[in-house]
Design a binder for this molecule. Structure first.
Ligand code: SF4
Length: 579
């Protein structure tokens, strides 16, 4: 243009060629950016097909393969390709400054940062953290309380992945909330959308008298491994990984895509005897499948390498069209274990070790009531104290007091469990009574009935648009009813209440499982209700519950559950379990 001076022109030409060079090398947009530069090529030489490079290349290649096969990518896949959610952070900050929520595909993208727009149920964000092995320091726990009071609804929930969620976060407060977490050494990165979710482990890791291995270092290493490799975000779908150290509180690793189970390999197995991981794959109980034993055992220090290779094979092979079929289970169903394991071996460049179950010692069983009440640790004179929460709920004030108790009487750790409660560890035996009283003084308890101890519920229709019913509300009514009528169950009973087929509360593995349903009543109206399942289990009792009754009104559920429990107590023979 004649409007520019020669110096300005030189500067602009240099700027434009710099942009061209950057675009030519790594594209301009989306998942690693393969959108080729549209301007005039520098020479008349034929332009090569742009080759994806960098951490997103593996995803782009998988997407391209799908499209080449004539399949349509799902809108979420296109959203990731058009603009990588991490590259949208500045835009999300801009939205927050304008007091606007990220909605539609941006709601999908902002979930990579741990924020979920939960309208129309609540016109606000929910934030889900990630806490490796579910264990955080009391000062972090107090910090989350302070943040949740300042920027969220003044309470949090413990989730079924031993994690914390805060709700009622305004559009303007979403970014300050997640940045506040980072300031405390916590993060919410990758806790939603198509990412590897919170890494669970044995809640009593390091203090459990029966554990084979302390899961904390493995959960921590995997947590930081995935956080720091962009390739490991934006999978075909969400992905769960758990480490079970064979402690007394179940980590439910068999409900995960990858379950590492600590096992004792006997002498004479042809491999080093001692503690190894047994590899189970493909758990997704909402689709009626547990993680299945692959027959592979993994040296403890190789777990991260194996998990990394599994994820990369899954990235290449997972379904990018139909999100109902995109979980790891479906790759395994399609390929079979052997083909999948061979692909993992090719990825790693080493053979995996196969070992027959005959060479493995029986695993110590989990106790189903050890997440509540007082239990001796393997360290002499110390105990963990399991605190009962009503379906995971805690006020910020209660959280601060729990942090105080942990620091004053415990070891300063707060341990969350998949049973939606928490443990205070390292309590001296002489302080146990004081601690129990301090917990009672803040409206919580360590003395929980068997029904309450095994009662878990997802968010439900108070905060999740997918839910057909108020899961937490009706679950609480069931627990209250059984307590109020004084019905004592002398065995563990799990009641899992979930709002929809996503099955966040895993209704298929409960002794009694409820899944939300809109129950028809007069005048073409519907009310909150449930379909009831029975006979689910986990671990050695793994079993998918079967449907027993459909369309029970929520208000009728407490009485029906009472009848089921009374029927069990009246008819059981010997030590026959509910299942
Ligand atoms: Fe929402 Fe369904 Fe998950 Fe419950 S199970 S929290 S209703 S998605």
């Amino acid at each position: 243009s004649e409007d520019f001076s020669p110096d300005q022109k030189r500067y602009l030409e240099g700027f434009v060629s710099g942009v061209q060079a950057i675009r030519g090398s790594r594209g301009v947009a989306g998942f690693g950016g393969v959108v080729p530069f549209q301007g005039q090529p520098a020479t008349n030489a034929p332009q090569a097909e742009p080759v994806p490079a960098g951490p997103d290349a593996i995803h782009l290649e998988a997407m391209a393969r799908f499209e080449k096969d004539g399949k349509k990518l799902s809108p979420q896949e296109k959203a990731k390709r058009d603009e990588h959610p991490f590259d949208a952070y500045a835009r999300f900050k801009g939205l927050a400054k304008e007091d606007k929520f990220a909605k539609q595909l941006d709601d999908f993208r902002i979930r990579f940062h741990g924020l979920f727009y939960v309208g129309p149920t609540q016109d606000s964000y929910m934030c889900r953290l990630r806490i490796h092995n579910g264990i955080l320091k009391a000062w972090q726990f107090r910090g989350v309380a302070d943040l949740s009071e300042q920027y969220a609804g003044g309470y949090t929930h413990v989730t079924t992945r031993a994690n914390l969620q805060a709700r009622e976060i305004s559009a303007a407060n979403g970014i300050p909330y997640i940045e506040g977490l980072v300031d405390m050494g916590l993060t919410s990165k990758g806790s939603g959308a198509d990412n590897i979710r919170n890494i669970t482990g044995t809640p009593t890791a390091g203090i459990d008298p029966q554990e084979l291995v302390d899961t904390r270092p493995y959960a921590k290493e995997w947590h930081h491994h995935i956080l720091n490799d962009r390739t490991l975000y934006g999978l075909p779908r969400k992905f769960n990984v758990a480490f079970d150290g064979a402690g007394t509180i179940a980590a439910l690793e068999d409900t995960n895509d990858i379950g590492f189970q600590a096992i004792q390999v006997k002498d004479g197995a042809g491999v080093e005897p001692g503690v190894w991981w047994r590899l189970a794959l493909g758990g997704i109980t909402g689709h009626k499948d547990f993680a299945r034993d692959t027959g592979v055992v993994v040296p403890l220090d190789q777990a991260i390498k194996v998990a990394d290779a599994i994820i990369r094979v899954y990235i290449r092979s997972g379904n990018r069209t139909d999100r109902t079929k995109s979980r790891l289970k479906y790759v395994l169903d399609d390929w079979g274990f052997e083909k999948f394991l061979q692909a993992v071996e090719a990825e790693m460049g080493v053979k995996l070790v196969r070992l027959s179950g005959d060479h493995v010692a029986p695993r110590p069983e989990s106790g189903r009531m050890t997440h509540v009440g007082v239990h001796p640790q393997k360290q002499d004179g110390l105990n963990w104290v399991g605190v009962g929460l009503t379906l995971g709920l805690m006020s910020c004030e209660q959280m601060r007091k729990l942090a105080d108790i942990s620091e004053r009487y415990g070891d300063g750790d707060i341990r969350l469990t998949v049973w939606q409660n928490l443990l205070i560890s390292g309590v001296k035996t002489e302080d146990v009574a004081t601690v129990e009283q301090a917990i009672a003084d803040i409206g919580l308890t360590t003395k929980v009935s068997n029904v309450r101890a095994g009662l878990v519920a997802c968010t439900g229709n108070k905060g999740c648009k997918f839910s057909a019913a108020d899961t937490k509300g009706f679950a609480d009514k069931i627990g209250t009813h059984i307590d109020e009528i004084g019905l004592t169950i002398d065995t563990a009973i799990n009641i899992h209440v979930t709002g929809c087929h996503n099955s966040c509360a895993q209704h298929y593995i409960g002794d009694i499982g409820l899944i939300g349903a809109r129950v028809p009543v007069e005048d073409d109206d519907t009310v909150d209700g449930f379909n009831l399942h029975v006979g689910g289990g986990f671990g050695p009792d793994a079993s998918i519950g079967r449907e027993l009754i459909q369309n029970v009104k929520g208000e009728d559920c407490p009485a029906i559950v009472e009848k089921m429990l009374r029927g069990y107590l009246a008819r059981r023979e010997g030590d026959e379990t509910f299942a």
